[in-house]
Design a binder for this molecule. Sequence first.
Ligand SMILES: Nc1ncnc2c1ncn2[C@@H]1O[C@H](COP(=O)(O)OP(=O)(O)O)[C@@H](O)[C@H]1O
Ligand SMILES: [Mg+2]
Length: 364
Amino acid sequence: MRERMPTVVSTDVVCLGESMVTFLPSQAGRLADVPSFERAIGGAESNVACALAGSGHSVRWVSRVGADGFGDHLVETIAARGVDIGFVGRDPRRPTGIYFRTEGERPTTLDATGDSGGAAEVVYYRAGSAASAMSPQTVDLGTVDDADVLHVTGITAALSEECLELMRVLTGPRPDRPLVSFDVNYRVGLWDRAEADAAPGPGVLLELARGCDVVFAGEDEAAAAWGVTGGPESLRERLPEPAVLVVKQGGEGATAFVRGDEGGDGEAADTVHFEPALRIDVAGAVGAGDGFAAGFLSATLRGLPLAERLRHGHLTAAAALTVPGDLAEPPSREVADRLVALDDEDWRALHLGPGWNTGKADPS
Ligand SMILES: Nc1ncnc2c1ncn2[C@@H]1O[C@H](COP(=O)(O)OP(=O)(O)O)[C@@H](O)[C@H]1O
Ligand SMILES: [Mg+2]
């Protein structure tokens, strides 16, 4: 049943996807040994929404949460970041998803430098969540299409059959569709389960990406999800349809392919640009990709040239990388524009650490 919604007012960006309440450990160690957790929130699409709102754009987060306290907390926290939450559905029968995690550092895998190669343990309680019931029936297309940009990610496609159906509609052709932005966000754990259920595997992400206008993919995730190795050019060969393809190459940089006739018949040659990433004292890697997407989309909305779109991506990623959590405050437009305008040599010499984006420490 379609829910009654307030009147839609046009917005710059709509981000659609599941967010969850997350519980961060009070101390390092095995999940089995952590005695207490601190509450925070997580969700790729709401991270992008919050970063874009922080960069001065009007943003709506479209999702579903349970009619429970965790749903209240998500909606209140995201609204406090300046995001419109007026079209978040409340499901009285399904709970809000939650997850628990450990710190990345597992003492069993310490190497000589004291760094850990060990991944954090993460346990999700999201199966059957309110957001997993997002579908073309429960999400009003009128609330997602009245924007300049619609941003979605591959996570949604893995949540349920209904969510995949919704993703097919959102990334498919329809009249007056906004610019559709898609971050692949391949999460191996979500797709393992899908394979066990004989549901579509991660190849469906490539199919969905073909229908989008702007696609963000990590070089590593393209290899893991689709077996595409051989660098950004190989991925572009496999994915020629999107007018803009951004291949993220971690701490190295990012390569963007923009079709000469952006929005045309797909025959024109690409413009290709590589922009090096920044040197960063990483405080927490979670949320970097979301920051990158937000920075790139913000610059796209402002009509900035390709090289600057990539630099804004790197800078908003840097904001996420230099805070422990994943909800970073993006740099002010004035700071970001000043750094983006640096010549190549000064850009490469930038070294950002905690506090650079909030004016508490000067970039050096
Ligand atoms: N080690 C690093 N040093 C500098 N920048 C980085 C580093 N790792 C990631 N980034 C920045 O974050 C962006 C997103 O990184 P990525 O690994 O794709 O994130 P995610 O895994 O969250 O999708 C990169 O394009 C780059 O701008
Ligand atoms: Mg990602």
